[in-house]
Design a binder for this molecule. Structure first.
Ligand code: SF4
Length: 427
């Protein structure tokens, strides 16, 4: 056991991972996304380039993680049940390690936000770290430990491009180094599962210890997939999903309501439900479309080539999608960008979900605007911890102390405020 602080090195973590893996130990087997062309996706469009990592690099990362973990244990950081105290100790330990080895100091850890960025991008880039530092590594270990220490995510965007032997060796060494690990998951592209991998290779992933693949399906409609340059087809989605299930792996699909815009809304909902009914994935997760600044989709919208759904149309589309699903699956809408949160088991809980969506759809236009405003501003405060200057200025005339005078807000005021808040919400 080496706990000499002068020997400590960070390990690369996966800042982009599914919400269910927020508390997982993460190791990076590739960096970023080789596709990087989806018109709605901001994730890897800011200079982060795809690369494969060698087995040696990944093994070194696992060894560095274990050394950091041992050092944290020796310093009694892992015994703290109070989160604040543990985080403070992590900060001190990071400072100590960096003072002993100043080459580990990173620009972005010095609180140096870029002033030229849109606030949404600034927020996004504050947690998307292509080059994590020692504090990021320590925090990843801490949060994993405090959450039970059982789960591991192996990124980045498509780990199904890796040979099963590669993944198997990583899982084996990760398990030896962190014996409490029980569950290993990856992101994958359905095209990789459908076209590049034989069933026996997917089974080999399963035999190596992989449990679940998270697929960014977005849509089951070829027209929508083509529109947003997803680089996959509905056939890929069906074949990749089925093959993954047949291999004994758990399948999780991420769907993006609104992605077809006004023109393709109905087709988007129906074709997506059709793919789901054919594959019967274990989990569905809704992430309603939010158009990010500086993405190709924003450019298309600004040119009038893509017409976004309004809130009523978006909820109607989600209603059509859910109503058309007739296979057993678990649905979550666990994202701040979804207006009406519907969660539950399909098809059993479909009536309750539809009733919740209808509750919104049956409101008057004015009531819908107030519902949306309240929901959006509360989601925004949850994400950012306060209002940005532009949002504050927009609602300031209607604020009386802490309370908003909705009666004084016109429909135009409400619509403009909702549009502004939505443009800044993170998925
Ligand atoms: S495949 Fe995923 S990570 Fe890559 S560009 Fe598309 S949405 Fe982004």
């Amino acid at each position: 056991m080496n706990t000499d602080p002068t020997k400590m090195q960070p390990f690369e973590i996966c800042s982009i991972r599914p919400p269910t893996e927020n508390y997982s130990l993460t190791f990076r087997l590739t960096r970023n996304c080789y596709w990087n062309r989806c018109a709605f996706c901001p994730v890897y469009k800011f200079g982060a380039r795809f690369s494969r990592r060698s087995m040696e690099e990944v093994m070194n990362d696992i060894a560095h993680a274990r050394m950091l973990y041992d050092l944290m244990s020796e310093r009694n950081i892992l015994e703290h049940t109070a989160h604040d105290e543990a985080y403070q100790k992590v900060q001190h330990l990071a400072d100590e390690i960096i003072s002993l080895n100043p080459t580990l100091k990173l620009e972005h850890q010095e609180g140096n936000p870029r002033q030229d960025l849109d606030p949404k991008l600034e927020w996004f880039l504050s947690w998307f770290k292509d080059k994590p530092g020692i504090k990021d590594s320590l925090e990843n270990l801490l949060i994993w430990h405090m959450s039970g220490g059982e789960t591991c995510f192996l990124g980045d965007a498509d780990s199904l491009i890796l040979k099963p032997d590669f993944l198997g060796s990583v899982i084996k060494v990760a398990k030896e180094s962190f014996p409490t690990l029980q569950r290993y998951t990856v992101y994958g592209r359905t095209r990789s599962a459908a076209r590049s991998r034989k069933l026996s290779e997917l089974q080999a992933y399963r035999n190596a210890g992989l449990h679940r693949v998270h697929f960014g399906l977005e849509s089951g409609s070829d027209a929508v997939l083509k529109l947003v340059k997803k680089g996959e087809t509905r056939t890929d989605h069906i074949e990749g999903g089925l093959k993954t299930r047949d291999a004994g792996l758990s399948v999780s699909f991420y769907l993006m309501p609104g992605l077809g815009g006004v023109d393709l809304s109905g087709e988007h909902a129906l074709q997506t439900a059709d793919v789901i009914n054919r594959v019967s994935p274990d989990f569905l997760r809704l992430r309603s479309l939010q158009i990010f600044p500086q993405t190709p989709l924003e450019e298309r919208r600004n040119k009038g080539q893509f017409v976004e759904l309004n809130e009523h149309q978006l909820v109607s589309e989600i209603r059509l999608l859910i109503d058309s699903i007739n296979t057993p699956t678990q649905l979550y809408s666990d994202s701040a960008v979804n207006l009406v949160q519907v969660n539950g088991l399909l098809p059993e809980e479909k009536p309750e979900m539809l009733a919740k969506l209808d509750e919104f759809l049956n409101l008057s236009q004015r009531e819908q605007l107030i519902y949306s405003f309240k929901n959006r501003i509360s989601a925004f405060l949850g994400q950012y911890g306060g209002l940005t200057q532009d949002i504050y200025q927009m609602i300031a005339p209607f604020l009386h102390g802490q309370d908003l005078d909705y009666g004084a807000m016109s429909n135009r005021n409400l619509k403009d405020s909702i549009r502004l808040i939505r443009s800044k919400l993170m998925p």
